[in-house]
Design a protein around this ligand. Sequence first.
Ligand code: PAZ
Length: 312
Amino acid sequence: MASHWEEFFATHLPPSDFEDNRILLKEFCDRHNKCGQRIVLVTSGGTTVPLEHNTVRFVDNFSYGTRGAASAEYFLEHGYSVVFMHRLNSLEPFTRQFNGQKFMDMLELHDRGPNTTITVKPDSVDVLAPVLASYKAAQDAGKILYVNFTTVSDYFWLLRAACECLAACGPRALLYLAAAVSDFYVPSNQMPTHKIQSGAGAPNIQLQLVPKMLAPLVSLWVPHAYVVSFKLETDESILIRKARDSLNKYKHKLVIGNALQTRRTRVVFVTSDSSYEIVLSREQILNGMEIEDIIVSNIVLNHTEFMKTHKY
Ligand code: PAZ
């Protein structure tokens, strides 16, 4: 009998842009692998759970993609090539820093009419220039690939394809699974085709558990990669236990636990034999430090150590 995850792929169609993305992923991973580069797959943002095939309504979650987008920038700083696999319209590296009206407020419009020009306000140049320089450097060197998903099913298809392309990189591949992936979904064969009608009364929607993709990912898809997953809880008292349960079950390298309310300033690293906290001090917060800076530096050290010792 097919396992739960195999059955998922057998009964859910890939997203319409899947083949295009697979080609992009393969080209990117092969190119960086040939140069002996370290490659990180950063997953970021939340997944939706459609309630209808022609989707009008869906279940969503809280994630903005801040963690993933910021971390991708820090991995680039550490010399990694980055596959940034993110929820469509969630935050992206670099542009995240000027989200919403912030970017418009940095610009000035001159000479309305046929000779219109736009400049960056003098006091915004210092803010924009370093971010733009890092963005251009990453783009020009082809060091970052953006691929996106929306539904939980799209996410799984893309995740498996990315892993299949990364497998050739062996221990130089790092998986940083920061996306907030739904634990529940409506299977394709139980979903109505058209918009649920209110005239039929209150709908009775039965969500099912999604298959645990971390199991085949660690043991089959990228068995030599350094895999880091995140665990989110709202009850801090169960965080470390849940993180350790995940580690014991899937046998990957590291789980980073965080609580919803404090996730920007506090995380806990849980390995098979230890756990330690990273907490931003008040001073670090006031100086604009981001916790992802410290998380990524720590992971890079662990990954370096892993590459030295892992038999491939
Ligand atoms: O995307 P964001 O910056 O708003 O939040 C980050 C996060 C809490 C989604 C991430 O740190 C995380 O814990 N991801 C895994 C969630 C989970 O499936 O348990």
